[in-house]
Design a protein around this ligand. Structure first.
Ligand code: SF4
Ligand code: SF4
Length: 190
């Protein structure tokens, strides 16, 4: 299997949220609660000696997804072709139908999400599968003005950028094995 992965260059990201807005727009997410791409801010130090960085958090399409392991309805699966983790809305029991919605707590990146409707089904970043199938780049990658994002096979990403599995605001898990490569921002205080 060719595992698709997510690349993030933390030294380039300016935290502009263009990727997150582009994602919402492309996937037509009006709801405030739906943010398939999250941009988190990391601040350290005391003025004037500060460190600031951002971390882009889509779904990292883990090699052993914790969300998939806990779903009582087997609604979450990992595609054999590219390793993308997808949700079957017909199988998902929905916010009210699923007693504890364990996928929400199982994912350390808060990637599984529900719209506001009581019977809303779980949804999350799918690496813009619809665009990939048309040979297009995911919309977040295309929209980023700083060229800080890339989605490609893990093998290619590691050849291009090395095997850095962590960055400020992101910790790698040997258990779930998030499919991501990073160029982390060095911790330098102003
Ligand atoms: S890959 Fe697509 S669905 Fe995932 S965060 Fe980027 S724009 Fe959103
Ligand atoms: S669009 Fe690019 S620079 Fe802006 S927040 Fe997203 S990753 Fe960072």
């Amino acid at each position: 299997m060719t595992q698709l992965g997510f690349y993030f260059n933390q030294t380039r990201c300016i935290g502009c949220h263009t990727c997150a807005v582009a994602c919402k727009d492309w996937h037509d997410h009006q709801e405030a609660t739906l943010n398939w791409m999250q941009i988190n801010t990391i601040e350290k130090g005391v003025f004037p000696h500060l460190f600031l960085a951002f971390i882009a958090v889509p779904c990292y399409h883990c090699e052993d997804p914790s969300c998939m392991a806990v779903c009582p309805a087997d609604a979450i699966s990992k595609r054999a072709a590219d390793g993308i983790v997808i949700v079957d809305p017909d199988k998902c029991l929905g916010r009210e139908g699923c007693e504890k919605t364990p996928c929400l707590t199982a994912c350390r990146s808060k990637s599984p999400q529900f719209g506001p409707a009581p019977d809303a089904k779980m949804q999350k970043c799918d690496f813009c599968l619809d665009r990939l199938e048309e040979g297009k780049q995911p919309i977040c990658v295309e929209a980023c003005p700083m060229f800080a994002l890339e989605i490609y096979s893990m093998e290619n990403l590691q050849q291009k950028y090395g095997e850095q599995k962590e960055a400020e605001g992101f910790r790698y898990s040997k258990k779930i094995r998030q499919a991501a490569v990073f160029t982390p921002k060095p911790e330098v205080f102003s």
